[in-house]
Design a protein around this ligand. Structure first.
Ligand code: FDA
Length: 304
């Protein structure tokens, strides 16, 4: 039952009609638990509070699967504005972006050109941009774009997903680029032809990829809410004398906030993913898919 619910939420996350409706009606169904707000001011306030509590952040102007050049240009401008606001407000925060929002599905060159505008702005401000990993159909293209831009930019990183069989090879390949990687378990519905169907295999792959990447000497954003995994990795880090400036823990806004604070209080760098903007629906559905128990919380908020 829970698996079925989870699959339905992931399908809804990419449903264009549902996404359009949600945009029109503003943050609803308790989405505020996971999304900082629909405007820049609410995003800055949220990050300021995290900074006050000893954590850093990354802002994501919500948006994905854009199908017109105009919408891709708008998303690019929103990313640039976000970088400006980060700079002007002095918050400790970088940028994270889904490149389907920058026109990846229209054509690669358009996406590259938009991404360069964002990276140039970030460079001028001394800031960093991470390109996220979306569903499997975009994986190779995303890595190609990352590698192409990495030649000219130091301030770029990307993401690898432990549930994909190919990741073991990708992590070693990206070692040639000294890649700054966010390492995640993976959030999309992928078939057994490309991804491990069993959670225990995903967890094993996740642990291995983090260890390999750290031993390769590269920077890791260890992005998980799995406290057992986090303790295993901390033990590994201590045993291998990996320096604190080679990794950070990353978690999503509104999820396991007490664990975020505890890690920060133990002296670890914790970066919280803070999404904001009117395009909140797909993101919200994926968070519900990860934990269908949250549906009770949504229903309570819907009928309040
Ligand atoms: P797991 O699913 O095993 O959960 C461990 C524990 O965390 C659960 O038992 C529960 O206590 C808690 N938890 C997890 N999800 C929760 C939720 N929604 N609500 C409440 N509690 C929850 N994916 C991707 O494909 N591409 C990407 O670019 C990113 N980017 C990204 C950034 C950051 C900062 C994070 C933390 C995650 C991502 N992800 C992602 C999502 C990632 O792939 C994965 O789906 C989620 O992190 C859930 O898996 P966990 O590693 O947390 O472990």
């Amino acid at each position: 039952m829970s698996k079925l619910l989870s699959k339905s939420f992931v399908s809804l996350s990419t449903n264009q009609v549902a996404n359009r409706m949600a945009k029109k009606y503003g943050l609803k169904f308790g989405a505020k638990r996971f999304v900082a707000g629909d405007n820049t001011q609410s995003a800055v306030e949220c990050v300021r509070e995290l900074n006050r509590n000893g954590m850093v952040a990354m802002l994501n102007y919500l948006g994905e699967f854009v199908s017109t050049e105009g919408a891709a240009a708008e998303a690019t401008n929103n990313c640039i504005k976000t970088l400006e606001v980060i700079y002007e407000s002095g918050i400790d925060c970088n940028l994270t972006v889904k490149i389907t929002s920058l026109g990846l599905d229209i054509n690669k060159e358009l996406c590259l050109s938009n991404l360069k505008k964002i990276l140039d702005k970030a460079k001028a401000y001394g800031n960093f941009v991470r390109i996220e990993m979306e569903d499997y159909s975009h994986c190779q293209l995303t890595l190609d774009i990352y590698k192409e831009l990495r030649r000219d930019y130091d301030n770029i990183g990307t993401v690898l997903q432990a549930y994909l069989y190919r990741t073991e090879k990708d992590i070693n390949d990206l070692n040639k680029y000294n890649a700054n990687l966010r390492l995640v378990k993976g959030a999309y519905n992928e078939p057994a032809a490309v991804a491990f169907p069993k959670k225990s295999d995903v967890d094993k792959s996740y642990e291995n990829m983090i260890k390999t990447h750290l031993l390769n000497g590269n920077y890791a954003g260890i992005a998980t809410h799995d406290d057992v995994m986090i303790e295993k990795i901390i033990k590994f880090i201590d045993e291998n004398r990996i320096h604190k400036n080679q990794f950070e823990f990353q978690m999503l806004y509104g999820i396991r906030s007490e664990l975020q604070k505890q890690l920060a209080d133990r002296g670890y760098k914790v970066r919280v993913y803070v999404p904001y903007g009117i395009d909140w629906f797909g993101y919200f559905m994926r968070r519900l898919a990860e934990r269908p128990e949250n549906v009770a919380f949504v229903l309570k908020n819907t009928f309040k």
